[in-house]
Design a protein around this ligand. Structure first.
Ligand code: PMP
Ligand code: GLN
Length: 383
């Protein structure tokens, strides 16, 4: 293994899901729903296969999905993108983010990320030979946020990119307009490019609005936005994502993407195009149902003795383990299956400053109510 990838090992999701299978535990670790996406969407994929849609699709994606993505960005956010030159399809958001970082940050360039951060960010920044500059999200008033001075201090002459995930996994933060204005100021002032990971764009609660960074003044021209079908339509295994950006960035990112995978699988693209156009009512129901599950898990974790941070979006809860007398989340996550038969993610693996995240576990609530109830019941035996 090349030196720059040493230390990355196996992803925490693979490790913890394998542990769940091995021990027969309830898996509230890796974030994937235990109910599938809308039936007609599943049918659309099956129909595409039956109709013979089994050869390479166009590299940038099937036109109907690119058009559906452009229509969605316009209708939901007022952002206009040309489906022919400003939208393209990727193998999940993961590839969109990877191709963006590889296309826009080179050896020695710096990339600002908020920590904790989704695990692929660190790996792909390392693959690019670039350097990450983490800005800590800390609990304040029940949610995780950053200190604007620390953000400004993280930017230097070698900074090229700012990578923003909102709604944020694992912190659960949906960045407010004010926070986004602070971020946008920094991006504009230092002439950076922003790469936004918006995979949870529909999964926000209590009326909280997801505001794409690209909608702020002057930001459309310097933002590469990434999203995917996995979370929105509960099809995480389909790995169908997309990038929207001004044409010059699309050309750059597409140049990299075409040599990573050339194209994304065809049938899922057709089904995702159908769903973006026709299944947003289903998504609204999913969002409402997840809000109830969030409250169920948060109150259950609190009753079990954790301090739980109720997220404004995503399907994850950050839980502080210290009230139960534990201090090391990694140790507890490894012991939890044996102790009580539940799997969670030790959030510290998403931090550079591991001490800031040592005492958190991340629990997923995209699960049937009875699964959440049983997990909470088991966790209450930790006391
Ligand atoms: N970004 C974040 C913040 C995520 O939580 C995930 C997990 N699904 C991804 C990206 C990856 O999305 P995809 O499966 O579409 O590659
Ligand atoms: N996004 C999912 C999570 O945060 C997992 C994705 C993966 O397994 N790579 O749990």
């Amino acid at each position: 293994l090349v030196p720059r990838m040493q230390g990355f090992g196996e992803t925490i999701f693979a490790e913890m899901s394998a542990l769940a299978v091995r021990t027969g535990s309830i898996n509230l670790g890796q974030g994937f729903p235990d109910t599938p996406g809308p039936a007609a969407m599943l049918d659309a994929a099956a129909e595409a296969v039956r109709a013979g849609d089994v050869q390479y699709p166009p590299g940038p994606g099937v036109p109907e999905l690119r058009e559906a993505v452009a229509a969605q960005r316009l209708q939901r956010y007022g952002l206009a993108y040309d489906p022919a030159t400003e939208v393209f399809v990727t193998v999940g958001a993961t590839e969109g983010i990877a191709a963006s970082v590889l296309a826009l940050a080179g050896p020695g360039d710096e990339v600002v990320v908020f920590e904790p951060y989704y695990d692929s960010y660190a790996a792909v920044i390392a693959l690019a030979g670039a350097v990450r500059r983490p800005v800590l999200l800390r609990p304040s008033g029940g949610r995780f946020t950053f200190d604007p001075d620390e953000l400004r201090a993280a930017v230097g002459p070698r900074t090229r990119l700012l990578l923003l995930n909102s709604p944020h996994n694992p912190a659960g933060t949906v960045f407010t307009r004010e926070e986004l204005e602070t971020i946008a100021d920094v991006v504009r002032e230092h002439d950076l490019v922003a790469v936004t990971d918006e995979v949870y764009e529909y999964l926000t609660f209590d009326g909280t609005e997801h505001i794409p960074l690209a909608t702020l003044d002057g930001m459309r021209e310097r933002t590469v936005s990434v999203s995917s079908a996995g979370k929105t339509f509960s099809v995480t295994g389909w790995k169908t994502g997309w990038v929207t950006a001004p044409a010059r960035y699309v050309r750059a990112v597409q140049t990299v993407k075409q040599f990573l995978t050339y194209a994304a699988a065809a049938p899922w693209q057709r089904a995702a195009a159908y769903a973006l156009g026709s299944e947003l009512a289903w998504v609204a129901e999913l969002r409402a149902s997840l809000e109830g599950k969030r409250d169920r898990l948060v109150s259950g974790l609190e009753a079990a003795g954790f301090t739980a941070y109720s997220p404004q979006g995503t399907y994850f809860v950050q839980a502080d383990i210290r009230p139960l007398g534990f201090t090391d989340g990694r140790e507890l996550a490894r012991a939890l299956p044996e102790k009580v038969g539940v799997v969670a993610i030790p959030t510290q693996v998403f931090y550079d400053h591991a001490e800031a995240g040592a005492h958190f576990l991340r629990f997923a609530f995209c699960k049937k109510d009875e699964v959440i109830d049983e997990a909470v019941e088991r966790l209450s035996r930790l006391r």
